[in-house]
Design a protein. Sequence first.
Length: 610
Amino acid sequence: MSRLSIETPGKAETVIAGLYRDIERRISASPPGLCPVDMSLSFLRLCHAQTCGKCVPCRIGLGQLTTLLEQVLDSTATPETIDLIEKTARVIQDTADCAIGYEAARMVLQGVQGFRDDYLSHVESGRCLFGWDHPVPCVALCPAGVDIPGYIALVRAGRYNDAVRLIRKDNPFPTVCGYVCEHPCEAHCRRSMVDDAVNICGIKRFACDHADNTTPPDSAPSTGKRIGIIGGGPGGLSAAYFLSLMGHQVVVYDQRPKLGGMLRYGIPDYRLPQDKLDADIDFILSTGIEVHTGVSIGRDISFAEIENQYDAVYISIGAHNDKKIGIPGEDAVGVHSAVQLLRDIGEGRVPDFKGKRVCVIGGGNVSMDATRTAIRLGASAVTCVYRRRVTDMTALAEEIEEAQSEGCQILSLQAPDHIETDETGRVTALWTRPQVIGAYGKDGRPRPYDADQPLLRTPCDVVIVAIGQSIDAKPFEQIAPVVRGKIQAESDAFVPNTPHVFAGGDAVTGPATVIRAVAAGKVAAANIDAHLGFRHVIKSDVEIPAPHLTNMPACGRIELRSRPAEECVGNFDLVKCGMTEQEVHQETSRCLRCDHFGYGIFKGGRSSKW
């Protein structure tokens, strides 16, 4: 009888596994701006190597597609070759026996259909449309176009004031973003090819916490133009800041008692302390901006009146209205809107949840804020109910992990059905309908559908609804076109069929992130300035340190530590601890300085990305 042995990976398997990990890192670090033809060919070759070769579509078809794509890159193809690529890919997609062949052909088909101009450019001129203009990944993915490698180098050199000055050239909310930014810049950090993305957001926070520069740059000479801005949130104040630096007289109107919008009335203090927010706002206002708070458009003053007073108007109202679920019992005593709850707390009206069982409905960042807030208000149990899977939640992964570590239970694949009440009309339970995750929808996420299971009853005393937000566009309907609750504006923020009205941020796109609101305000400021006949450019005279050559050895990423969960109950003290000087020096040393090496060297200057 032959003996069996425990199978262990051979040398070839180990090498292949390592290569797969390397490929995954390179894919995750792929920045926007890569040649789509080259990328399609690379993925096609990888897929071809994975096939078993038994069916003709994979064995012959994928090889033929590879040859055709090589002809495009070699500039030996013709426009008819592109048609042949599309036809061949479609045939393979329809006839391949396995998912490898089907997906490989579908990928090529989507590429040739979506980037046909790039294919033609290779055929007709022998070059890619992108040429040398490959962006630095972190800068390209930052909506505001902040010079990230530049300020990281400054922090490494201990020049914290200069680092903050450089950030403010493109983003007047450096401190706020250091605490609450969703850091899209880290998504394709090239450092991922070596080990892991640089903790860009943590470095920004360190710089702001250790800088003491409170003097704004000098404004340009007065232009004599007056600009009205409706909305004192991150988008409106960003536009006001840049326009003020350009020499325009800016007046901001906001309906709340204090400026800040959702930064103040939507983000809890444990994530963004009020004094940190006030520091950024005070800096912005120090440029000479006039402010009118407690003013509601349509009630205290009409939009037409504002429009007639100014040379240009920018509408930057936030998404402060909550959305209803539309289920029985939603109007019961004990049902709260997450937006209203967080706003009340921001204005000092703090509810008492001590000893109560709380259910939060929703899977976004607002639902996580409401969940973690309920824990701090003394709730005995907090359950977050979401109709999809946890992996489908739109909240930041770190926010979900923090909520769970603080004691929140996430009840996934449960759709709200109705809210149970007692004879006095108070909440007693949330009934949900179990779901099964299904086919992918147009939004790229799998859609849930009702499971063949009975309803689930979750006893609770409080239900917090956090399923989305909307804007109040009624005061602007007579002037600006409003479709599905959003003001219609062009890509340059100009509102069609108006003399000088602009709109951006949540008012146009719906609820978005802080950095996207900042970017919208920055773009609006540049286009308003151009509309008024000027071409001001915001510059920085900060000298960036030369790159160092000791950043290549693999090194672990520094993560911000959180206070123990038991210390978070009953208070709104800051949860995340910033980096130490030792940690920030190590983390800044990991930056590969893509602005200096590789394609980054071809990028000219450090002027703003408008």
